[in-house]
Write a protein that binds this ligand. Structure first.
Ligand code: PGA
Length: 244
């Protein structure tokens, strides 16, 4: 399992449903020239490319974008944590709002997946966040509390899991919470239970070269989960270099 305490910050590239062999070779040609010793870089390509990215990448870790709740058996189309571990995957995003929304993923399913990941020594990056409607009705903390309590298993701790706070309304929209709102939500998450006090908590949602430094400078923010901007390799590299 990756020793999270070796790193001061984390930059997770969530490629979502994007990529090709050509894209990957150009991307890694640029990224391989950089070495960020204290900054942990995780690339999450679509699963058919996991091995290819892993073989080509020199200094980054590779993460999956999702995994199955099932260990093995008659589950067509699924990819188990056991298989991810077998091919050397070190991180896996779970509970991303796109999976919660389009694939009806429940907190219970996220908890199951997280458990299996931990058992297989893969670090889950557990995503939580409120919708715009929930934010506008002042329910952000209530939603974060519920998602944390229902999707983070007992066995999760600061060494084997990461949390990503991603307001649903900020993903892919170019909108972000204010710096104070991000700080407040991260502080709130740490206080839900004392075991979260030293968790690595990433912010995600419209992070780009213009806002990444300010966001990463926030005291309770340990890095970023980046979608759109992570597809542009020059921007992604600049985000990592400029961030604290
Ligand atoms: P975005 O996506 O950076 O494009 O907003 C973030 C995410 O979905 O993880």
């Amino acid at each position: 399992m990756v020793e999270l305490s070796n790193f001061t910050s984390f930059f997770v590239a969530n490629w979502k449903l994007n990529g090709s062999f050509q894209f990957i070779s150009q991307y890694l040609e640029s990224l391989n020239k950089e070495k960020f010793t204290k900054k942990c870089v995780v690339l999450c390509p679509p699963s058919p490319y996991l091995n290819y990215v892993k073989d080509l990448s020199k200094h980054s870790f590779i993460g999956a974008q999702d995994c199955s709740c099932f260990e093995e058996g008659a589950y067509t189309g699924e990819i188990s944590t056991k298989i991810l571990s077998d091919i050397g995957i070190k991180f896996c995003i779970v509970g991303h709002s796109e999976r919660r929304k389009y694939f009806k993923e429940s907190n219970e399913a996220v908890k199951d997946k997280t458990l299996k990941l931990i058992e297989n020594r893969i670090i889950p990056i557990i995503c939580i966040g409120e919708t715009l409607e929930e934010k506008n009705s002042n329910r952000t903390n209530e939603i974060l509390n519920k998602q944390i309590n229902e999707s983070v298993p007992e066995s999760a701790n600061e060494h084997n899991s990461i949390i990503a706070y991603e307001p649903v309304w900020a993903i892919g929209t170019g909108k972000t919470p204010t710096l104070n709102e991000i700080e407040d939500s991260h502080k709130f998450i740490r206080k839900i239970n004392k075991k979260f006090l030293n968790f690595k908590i990433l912010y995600g949602g419209s992070v780009n070269i213009k806002n990444s430094k300010q966001i990463s400078d926030i005291k309770n923010v340990d890095g970023a989960l980046i979608g759109g901007a992570s597809l542009k390799i020059e921007e992604f590299i600049k985000i990592i270099i400029n961030s604290s």
